[in-house]
Design a protein around this ligand. Sequence first.
Ligand SMILES: [Cu+2]
Length: 153
Amino acid sequence: MLSIKTFFLTFIFLFISPLLTAGDLAIENAWIREAPPVSRVQAAYATLKNNNKNDIEVTSATSPAFKKIEFHTTTLENGLMRMQQQAAILITAKGEVKLEPEGMHMMLFDPSKPIRAGEKINIDFTFSNGTSTTFLFTVKKATTVNHHQHMNH
Ligand SMILES: [Cu+2]
């Protein structure tokens, strides 16, 4: 039987862990850079907008089209671009995070088959509250030179 205290604590817990609904995280300009067929790694970019009054944390990303997805930041160290893996992407309440070339991005490893410009790829985001949402990314040809070096992975 539930005690008043348990009931109260359960209520508090539900109150502080709001469910993420589809509209809470808006994604814009979601794209994957088309890579040569020999490439085992490519990058994905998007603008993530948090419409919720609570922070949203993306703790992992998966896709049926890739073996593994990592979150990376790019930093300039002694004039060299270096990428560092991050455990999660935090989008603060009402804030936005841009995943962009030479900034924070998603690194996609080992495509199950070569993907070409124009294709649409599903990427599933899992959030810190355990829910997940699928977003559609469009494969595009790079319009800028890729200064990214992925040799150190
Ligand atoms: Cu990277």
